[in-house]
Design a protein around this ligand. Structure first.
Ligand code: ZN
Ligand code: ZN
Length: 358
């Protein structure tokens, strides 16, 4: 009773000539066997998967998990090592980016003697980078909650309201609508704090004539939304308006460049080159975007260092920004899914310039 992606992992095991693959990272467990708890192990075998967990999760596992066998352990590493020895595994795959080094060392010590441990991060992240319809639907639902929550908190976007109040109101609005959790500590960065690309909401009060950047998201069925808007509180300087328009155009150009086969580096370059041509090249320091799924930041990355190309079914963000110290900043972020002929934007908040009047 495996899902599509678990079957793909099987194929991968064949290609890599692996006997088994050990997964401990919770998003991988959810992805491959449906388990939503935070501590367990899935060992994928062509002959039959084995799921291992401790007494806290056994009942939950029996209800949720798709695996041929469920075992309970007292000591996790011992149980994995014993299973691998019992089944005589020689080449064993693992996720190097998330497996704690000390655990890997103990697995090497206690597992089958002479076994070879093979890092599988790249091929696995490629598999997960292509989303299925149900995954895209969950992210679109999460994106819709972003839209509704943002509409609800609009009255708070006025001078005198603290950034932290806005972040809290967004969190409540998302949770009340069924969002499972906040995706990260929300960024509400107003005025000069807008120059901090990761300016988590602080005690600062919003003031007229400033821009405020809000970066927030939630989770539906385990899948994240991630979106950034920047709005103006009353009239802003010509320079701030110019920055906004530059980011918006870079964002629009990048969206228009997305289609299967185009290199992710090229999509990044479309936005980056435009911003540089407008004289703001030194003020856009981060990559253009990142994959979203069971993790807020996952494969692929859109940056000057990207090596892969857009593929149909990938979901990633497009989020150019300009951050000028002591002045302020603008970032606009949408999530898109790559389609046959281009892309479809999953996030719903309109990114056209908004100027609130008081
Ligand atoms: Zn974001
Ligand atoms: Zn993002």
């Amino acid at each position: 009773m495996r899902n599509h992606r678990a079957h793909q992992v099987d194929t991968l095991l064949g290609e890599q000539q692996l006997d088994a693959c050990v997964f401990l990272h919770p998003p991988a467990l959810r992805d491959l066997c449906g388990f939503t708890g935070s501590d367990a192990v899935l060992v994928v075998w062509p002959q039959g998967d084995c799921f291992l967990t401790d007494s806290r999760y056994v009942t939950q596992a029996r209800q949720q998990v798709r695996a041929d066998e469920i075992r309970q352990y007292a000591v996790k590493v011992d149980a994995i090592a014993e299973l691998l020895r019992q089944r005589g595994a020689r080449r064993i795959g693992f996720e190097a980016e998330t497996l704690v080094f000390a655990i890997l060392q103990r697995l090497r010590d206690k597992g089958p003697e002479g076994a070879e441990w093979v890092a599988l991060d790249k091929p696995l992240s490629r598999l997960r980078g292509i989303k299925e319809q149900a995954e895209i639907a969950a992210m679109e639902k999460a994106a819709l909650l972003n839209y509704e929550a943002f509409e609800e908190i609009l009255p708070l976007l006025r001078p005198g309201v603290r950034e932290s109040e806005i972040a809290l109101a967004l969190e409540f609005a998302l949770r009340r609508r069924g969002g499972e959790d906040k995706a990260f500590d929300f960024i509400v960065a107003s005025g000069p704090r807008g120059a901090l690309p990761h300016g988590v909401a602080a005690d600062r009060e919003l003031a007229g004539g400033e821009l405020v950047t809000l970066d927030f998201g939630t989770r539906v069925d385990g899948y994240f939304s991630d979106e950034t808007v920047t709005v103006a509180l009353g009239p802003v300087s010509d320079q701030l308006r110019q920055i906004y328009d530059t980011v918006l155009q870079a964002h629009d150009l990048a969206l228009a460049a997305v289609r299967p086969g185009v290199s992710l580096r090229q999509i990044d370059a479309v936005a980056r080159d435009f911003i540089a041509a407008r004289g703001y090249g030194d003020y856009f320091g981060h990559g253009l975007g990142h994959g979203v799924g069971l993790e807020v930041h996952e494969y692929p990355t859109l940056s000057p260092r990207s090596e892969d190309s857009a593929e149909e079914g990938m979901v990633f963000t497009i989020e150019p920004g300009i951050y000028i110290p002591d002045l302020g900043g603008v970032r606009l972020e949408d999530m898109v899914v790559v389609t046959t002929g281009g892309c479809r934007v999953l996030t719903k908040i309109d990114k056209a310039f908004r100027n609130f009047k008081f």
